[in-house]
Design a protein around this ligand. Structure first.
Ligand SMILES: Nc1ncnc2c1ncn2[C@@H]1O[C@H](COP(=O)(O)OP(=O)(O)OP(=O)(O)O)[C@@H](O)[C@H]1O
Length: 317
């Protein structure tokens, strides 16, 4: 039997399916990212996993322990499975140290003290231990929320877009730091996000959710090279639809730019990016706009450019 297992869990609200039957098996210490757009059922799924939402069908198990939902258990939720979301629920009138130690009131005193010290140090919060949440930056608050959740040594940590109030640089730093901490504790982590880049900072083990259904599972390479839907393809880059086809697309990086021979287009916009200029071009015959990568930074607005591609790079979506 696997460590954390979800078997055919589903949920509807007012007869509208929010989550179609969903199953998952995770090993201890494994990381998983679930990527999906807004309304795809990510939060619903995590709440069911944490025993905080009543599912219509299906079961959740942590090893051999069934996770009971709020209809089956008087105090809902488990210390073993902690859910952290955007609303961090810090105690506003307690210091950083107190926020974390309040989780450990029922534990033996010397153990609680050393656990709090260890977490403060690991999370880089030792210098802020006496501050109140209002005196902290967004990133520091996120860390306190993680510290609170980690205090009780959860076996499974569920992260529901907890970093959405941070900018992408802060988020990437924080995820890298936390990854080390989760590894040290052997915590099993499920991270849900709409941002593939954030997901990949934690793990290459991905599930893509769309309208409450799993559309694809795999590594980023598998998903990038063989996306099953337009949504999955677009998580990696914009895609360009070939004129006069129903569903053939090519990525900007797979279009070669030439001064003659190929599909004629005019450059309408150019953006300087770190490895190339990203061009917007208007195709002459169809009037469709494409995005293409100009790796040699050769073309400017108004230029004619001829587009070519290798048919093996086409995606039928
Ligand atoms: N308590 C509720 N009552 C009615 N409908 C709900 C409830 N909670 C969620 N839903 C609906 O279920 C669907 C899935 O919602 P959910 O919050 O799980 O998605 P999500 O992927 O987490 O979205 P977001 O990224 O915006 O948080 C949505 O259509 C939502 O409107």
């Amino acid at each position: 039997m696997s460590y954390f297992s979800i078997s055919n869990v589903s949920k509807s609200y007012d007869h509208q399916p929010a989550l179609h039957p969903f199953s998952l098996e995770l090993k201890k210490g494994e990381f998983l990212a679930i990527v999906g757009e807004s309304g795809s059922g990510k939060s619903t799924l995590l709440k069911i996993m944490a025993g905080l939402e009543v599912q219509d069908a299906g079961e959740v198990f942590l090893e051999s322990m069934p996770i009971l939902n709020p209809n089956q258990k008087i105090v809902s939720g488990y210390d073993e499975i902690r859910l952290i979301h955007q609303h961090l629920h810090l105690y506003p009138n307690s210091t950083v140290e107190e926020n974390i130690s309040r989780q450990l009131l029922h534990y033996e005193k010397s153990y609680a003290k050393s656990r709090v010290e260890h977490l403060l140090q690991l999370l880089g919060l030792s210098d802020f231990r006496d501050r109140f949440p209002r005196q902290l930056s967004g990133g520091q608050k996120q860390k306190v929320a993680i510290g609170k959740a980690m205090a009780v040594e959860p076996d499974v940590l569920l992260l529901d877009e907890p970093f959405s109030s941070l900018d992408s640089i802060q988020t990437h730093h924080l995820i890298s730091e936390l990854k080390e901490i989760f590894r040290e504790f052997g915590t099993t982590v499920i991270f849900v996000t709409h941002d593939l880049d954030d997901a990949l900072r934690l793990t290459d083990n991905l599930i893509i959710l769309q309208k409450g259904k799993v559309v694809q599972k795999g590594t980023s390479r598998q998903l990038c090279e063989k996306p099953k839907t337009k949504y999955v393809a677009q998580l990696f880059s914009p895609i360009n639809k070939l004129p006069d086809t129903k569903n053939s697309y090519v990525r900007p990086a797979d279009v070669q730019l030439r001064t003659k021979g190929g599909l004629l287009a005019h450059v309408t916009d150019s953006r300087f990016l770190v490895h190339f200029n990203s061009l917007q071009v208007k195709l002459k015959e169809s009037g469709i706009t494409w995005e293409v990568d100009d790796s040699q930074r050769k073309y400017t607005v108004g230029d004619r450019v001829y587009l070519n591609w290798d048919n093996s790079k086409l995606m039928n979506l």
